[in-house]
Design a protein around this ligand. Structure first.
Ligand code: SAM
Length: 284
């Protein structure tokens, strides 16, 4: 069967590059108040969620993203009690957080309730953490929601889309200051900070802005590989209200938690913070 005879879901990045997967069935399509939501069944990536034509979650590789946005922060905050996820409507990040027995409250602030409801239907495993009794879901703009808190959360994870549409508010300095205020003194806030390859300007500007709010020593990028995201190499930036040595996690994750993971481990934690020269140049 030639390529043309197959059905493809394609994410065109800035109309110059594209990543495509063959799908066997389009499971869902709707225009929510905020974005176009699509789900596909694919032989290679499993089920795929796309928002406004961008890969968001695939059954094949989203475990890397969800583990890597969550567990470096979890390893840096001994006995976290309260956590906030902004964005993350697929539930995958919350599903990683519910693995921490010390967490007593986990709030998901996702602006689009339709993302939550459809991911519960099409990604029952990835979204399973949403049914944990400690989890509260609010469907609001995270930039407005976080303003009400002061010194409230041990862990804040910003699992946002790109800086377009509603996601734009999550890349503003005012939002960064609000997150800093909502974070406890010893807490950690981790932001997904895009591709150092294909969104180098967004990455370097975001790290620079986070460093101007949290302090140069308190905003540390790290890397991982998410095959379905543009350029595959992906960045996160770990922030805190006091300097932390990212290379030396303060609390070892329990063996039970580590056994449940398929990507993150203590060596990966350390290696993730080792940056290649071109990334150092982008943030120096
Ligand atoms: N892992 C994905 C990534 O790195 O691009 C993000 C996945 S998650 C589905 C992104 C979510 O952020 C979307 O469901 C979107 O609705 C939500 N979002 C965008 N802007 C938001 C805002 N201002 N407040 C809360 N949620 C927002």
């Amino acid at each position: 069967m030639s390529l043309n005879e197959k059905e493809w879901f394609t994410e065109a990045f800035e109309n110059n590059t594209a990543f495509a997967v063959h799908y066997t069935k389009k499971l869902y399509e709707a225009q929510s108040e905020f974005q176009k939501i699509e789900f596909y069944e694919t032989p290679v990536m499993g089920r795929v969620l796309s928002l406004d034509g961008c890969f968001m979650v695939t059954e094949k590789d989203s475990f890397v993203y969800h583990e890597m946005i969550t567990h470096p922060a979890g390893a840096m905050t001994p006995h976290p009690e309260s956590a906030l996820v902004i964005g993350g409507g697929d539930g995958g990040t919350v599903t990683e957080l519910v693995k921490y027995p010390s967490l007593r409250s986990i709030t998901l602030c996702e602006i689009d309730g339709e993302v939550v409801s459809t991911c519960k239907k099409f990604f029952p495993e990835i979204s399973s953490g949403l049914s944990d009794s400690r989890v509260k879901v609010v469907c609001l703009d995270g930039a407005a929601y976080v303003k009400q808190f002061q010194d409230e959360f041990d862990i804040i994870l910003i699992d946002s889309t790109d800086p377009v549409g509603p996601g734009k508010a999550l890349y503003e300095m005012d939002f960064y200051r609000s997150v800093k205020n909502a974070l406890k003194k010893g807490g950690v806030a981790t932001f997904q900070t895009e591709s150092p390859f294909f969104m180098a300007n967004v990455f370097s500007d975001t790290v620079k802005n986070l460093r101007s709010v949290f302090g140069h020593e308190c905003a540390t990028p790290y890397l991982s590989v998410i095959p379905s995201y543009p350029g595959a190499l992906w960045s996160f930036t770990m922030c805190s209200n006091e300097p932390k040595d990212a290379f030396n996690p303060q609390s070892g994750l329990s063996d039970e938690l580590l056994k449940s993971l398929d990507y993150y481990n203590a060596q990966i934690h350390t290696a993730a913070f080792v940056l290649p020269n071109f990334v150092h140049k982008l943030i120096s």
